[in-house]
Ligand binder design. Structure first.
Ligand SMILES: Cc1ncc(COP(=O)(O)O)c(C=O)c1O
Length: 389
């Protein structure tokens, strides 16, 4: 039986750079000692305190259908957190609780894109972006940025790249580059959205992981709140990746319509997970800083490891749990380098090409193993690159 064009076309087909990842997984399954620096997942699990809260909520009976938009308590907690951090007046009616940031990204695109309209996004990009846009029935339109500009889009890039689009998706702190957008970039984003009458979809799932500068939510810029949908998540801030809990924050009328989407798709998020999230957010900033701390530390260890050589260079890593390394001096592309590194050193990294054309000749390293093993893997990676150069 024939499947719909929409579901068939979610992924583009062909090699998308994930071959290295699957190869590494097969090697691990076969018992080979591979150092995994591929996926954005903490080396700590969800804290016992949060799991206890989840257990209390479930055993206390919160296992039936929960409120589809989210529980009143969690929506209010998220709204307060956003208002405190950004200064933008925010109420629970501005918040829809979703099954992680991924479901929020999908809901946001369904909310603003008609079939076959163009939805712009910045390249390099988080791997699901084009498929999410296609899944929502829209057409992905990448805006290519350059390593020379530290992968920050310029006003010209944005103006040209959003021609004919209805939305622009941005992500700061950024996966895969680790770049945090500064005031100039954010201004250019706001200017473009206002001039071209675009919705901004602002993916802020790494908002607690900033090593240099500060996280600025573009929703807080003048005249942006009415056209911005912010995507948030507990995955990265509280090491709750498997709990699948996040949110969209946006104008009340848009959120009300997205509640209809949730009613007809997920029918909400489990109540005991929402209660655990409410508990986790109530623990305050110190807990979030504690979850983020290993990545800050490993970012510094990365800079130390790279000092004194020029073959492997880091894109300025100001946030998130990754560092993007420029390996073009080896004469290899990212995919070739990642494959050769896996074969020779049993170290798995992601080729830049899996995150779009702009990141060709780079590799993304997830800083997600303990410090000593991480430093050792980096030293071997650098030695390998120097040998190839
Ligand atoms: C940039 C970005 N956005 C969204 C997500 C989705 O995260 P989740 O669905 O776990 O909240 C991720 C996950 O890695 C990500 O890196």
């Amino acid at each position: 039986m024939k499947l719909s064009d929409r579901i068939t076309n979610i992924t583009g087909g062909g090699s998308d750079g994930w071959d290295v990842f699957y190869k590494a997984r097969r090697m691990i399954a076969a018992g080979e000692p591979v150092v995994e620096l591929t996926i954005g997942e903490h080396d700590i699990g969800t804290s016992t305190a949060i799991l206890d809260a989840m257990d209390r909520a479930a055993k206390g009976g919160h296992t039936g259908y929960a409120m589809v938009p989210g529980t009143d308590a969690l929506r209010q907690t998220v709204a307060d957190r956003i208002q405190t951090r950004t200064g933008v007046p925010t109420t629970s009616d501005n918040i829809l609780i979703t099954a992680g940031g991924q479901a929020a990204l999908f809901a946001a695109h369904v909310a603003v894109c008609n079939p076959d309209t163009k939805a712009a996004y910045i390249d390099p990009y988080y791997a699901t972006y084009p498929g999410t846009i296609r899944g929502a029935g829209a057409v992905p339109q990448p805006i290519i940025t350059s390593p020379e500009a530290a992968f920050q889009p310029t006003l010209d890039d944005l103006m040209a790249g959003t021609a004919g689009a209805v939305s622009l998706l941005v992500n700061t702190p950024n996966n895969p580059t680790g770049v945090v957008y500064g005031a100039e970039t954010l201004d250019a984003i706001a200017q473009t959205c206002i001039a071209n009458d675009l919705w901004l979809i602002s993916d802020e799932v790494y908002d607690t992981q900033v090593w240099e500068g500060a996280h600025i939510s573009p929703r807080s810029l003048p005249d942006m709140a009415e056209r911005t949908l912010v995507v948030g998540s507990m995955s990265k801030s509280h090491a709750m990746t498997g709990s699948r809990i996040g949110w969209v924050c946006g104008p009340q009328d848009a959120i009300a319509k997205m509640v209809n989407l949730a009613t007809h798709t997920t029918y909400g998020v489990p109540g005991y997970i929402q209660d655990a999230a409410t508990f986790a957010l109530g623990q305050g900033d110190a807990v979030e800083a504690e979850v983020a701390a290993p990545f800050r530390r490993r970012r510094d260890l990365t800079m130390q490891a790279l000092a004194g050589q020029n073959v492997v260079r880091a894109v300025p890593a100001q946030g998130a749990m990754y560092v993007m390394l420029d390996i073009r001096a080896t004469g290899m592309d990212g995919e070739g380098f990642a494959n050769a590194l896996l074969d020779a050193e049993r170290i798995a990294v992601m080729p830049g090409e899996s995150f779009g054309d702009a990141a060709a000749g780079h590799i993304r390293v997830a800083m997600t193993i303990d410090d000593a093993a991480y430093v050792d893997a980096l030293a071997r990676l650098i030695a390998f690159a120097r040998e190839k150069a």
